[in-house]
Ligand binder design. Sequence first.
Ligand code: UD1
Length: 418
Amino acid sequence: MYKLEIIGGPKLNGEVKISGSKNSSLPILFASILASGEVHINNTPHLSDVSTTLRLLMEMGSEFMLESDNSIVINSSSLKSLEAKYDLVKTMRASILALGPTLAKYGKAKVSLPGGCAIGSRPVNLHLKALEELGAKIEVKAGYIYAEAKELIGTKIYFDQRSVTATENILMAATLAKGKTTIYNAAQEPEVSDLINCLNAMGAKITGFGTSTLEIEGVGNLSGVAYSICPDRIEAGTYLLAGAITRGKVTVKNVKPESMRSTIGKLIETGAHISSTSDSITLDMKGERPKAVDIKTGAYPNFPTDMQAQFTALNAVASGSSIITETIFENRFMHIPELIRMGADLNLDGHTVYCKGVKYLNGANLMATDLRASASLVLAGLVAEGKTVIDRVYHLDRGYETIEEKLKILGANIERVQ
Ligand code: UD1
């Protein structure tokens, strides 16, 4: 098992190219199930979650080719199995995205229930209720979801809570349903918009792009397409924070600044000087210690829960006190005990962390627990005195392409060791 060894200290400086978005790539790969031909996906990141999705689709009968330029050509037009098995689903909750498109295209699907995970119970009730509203018969037996529908019929769906993957699942299912589906209280995350763009390019008729009300006029079939995945705003935000926490100057390239407004706003509050072009953002701390900022997570366009852990690491060494409130996931604080072991002054009370910035953190042996918690430990390691060793790096490989290589380009002292 790999570990990351980091010697803290260097101010990061330089430019880093951001990969395609993980959270766009996964639904768009699953959307290939709906297409009647090849789907050519450009700007896909090299991540273990992408490999897991490809393995799952391959088990179902998809054929794909990885091309040298970060492209995947996938043909999922004639699946042989309509089942997503527990072995893979348990390693990646986004596998639930196999359900909507498989059911819509083949009238049947069997998908393992994902179960809970390190950051919370993460139920899928919204996905199932909405599919039932579209006319599917759903049964949950022995850990599997069995869904069946001769034909899905468009209807009005109101989500009690905004959910990214539930919105994506129902969007995909509704593209082939009979008549019009309206989704109210849909998630507005840029990755949902990316999926809508891709589905429309395949021939779907979806309107309401970027809003919380989406209308889908069902069509008879969808065709293959060539589509380029949008940049990963969470990866970009993490590298900007690496610049901020080390008091350095970092430019992230191949990004969409307009999708990162809440993160950029918070970075400006820390004292960062930010400038951007249409596809890059530069953060310059001018050598200054960041100021602590209060954070409250929320559905897009509010502050992303996927950046909460990284900002907690920044606040841990910032000047002043801060309050971090998590409203999306009930247990997304696995990084807190590890940061405390490094010397952070953090107090967890329910969904809120009270943080008093300290001048120094100490390097320590740490355990990565989930994807973004691990990213926060890397950030803390970059400023800690001495050596930090982070175990279970596979969590990071789910969402950050060659993180140690990109950080090295910026001047970090970091190695992947066995
Ligand atoms: C997606 C992202 C993840 C991000 C999260 C919130 C992907 C692959 N993952 O996860 O990185 O952290 O959005 O931005 O895109 N909920 C229910 N019932 C459901 C579905 C969700 O109660 O059926 C709750 C969840 O427990 C959570 C909230 O809704 O409290 C939002 O979760 P959701 O948006 O569904 O997260 P994911 O789509 O799993």
